[in-house]
Design a protein around this ligand. Structure first.
Ligand SMILES: [Zn+2]
Length: 174
């Protein structure tokens, strides 16, 4: 089967699942059950380009269960995600893969995502995001991924944003 190029997947949504199937998750493979293209944005994640979903096993606090990664149209339609293949690899394998790994070993940190009455604290969410963005940054450097300047700045902005949020949470409690 011919390889689907990013340009083709950007132009034609019918190629997007095939494009995603080509992603080599490497060491993150064991934490991810599948990568699924979802043409309709989920309401609970209105701005996400991709998200890793908690399942029933995670809600029951069962460890060692892989997560489904869901990809939305903006991954293919919005910059900086769609700048190049390495950006998408970085966003899916390194960032969402980290969330899948976090849930695999520490599902209790995520349980609140499904129940409005016990949302994870802002603090935990910020820490989980900072770790995912830092891992994304670390792998981009160590594997010399050709991620775009746009993605590099986005990663830095998000790390700064979540660090600010953490600082605020600390102040609120002080
Ligand atoms: Zn994240």
């Amino acid at each position: 089967m011919a390889k689907i190029l990013l340009e083709e997947a950007k132009l034609n949504p019918a190629f997007r699942q095939k494009y995603l199937n080509q992603i080599d998750l490497g060491p993150m493979r064991q934490y991810v059950s599948e990568i699924l293209y979802q043409p309709n944005q989920a309401r609970n994640v209105p701005r996400a380009a991709a998200a890793s979903f908690s399942n029933l096993a995670h809600s029951l606090l069962l460890k060692y269960h892989p997560s489904q990664i869901v990809v939305y149209p903006s991954l293919f339609e919005k910059q900086p995600y769609n700048d190049n293949d390495d950006n998408i690899l970085s966003a899916i394998r390194d960032h969402e893969g980290t969330h899948a790994k976090q849930k695999f070993y520490q599902p209790r940190l995520y349980v609140g995502h499904q129940f409005a009455f016990c949302r994870p604290t802002k603090k935990i969410r910020a820490i989980l995001e900072i770790r995912a963005y830092q891992y994304q940054k670390f792998i981009a450097a160590s594997e010399k991924l050709q991620i775009s300047e746009g993605l590099r700045s986005l990663i830095e902005e998000r790390i700064a944003m979540y660090r600010n949020l953490l600082a605020q949470v600390k102040q609120e409690r002080a």
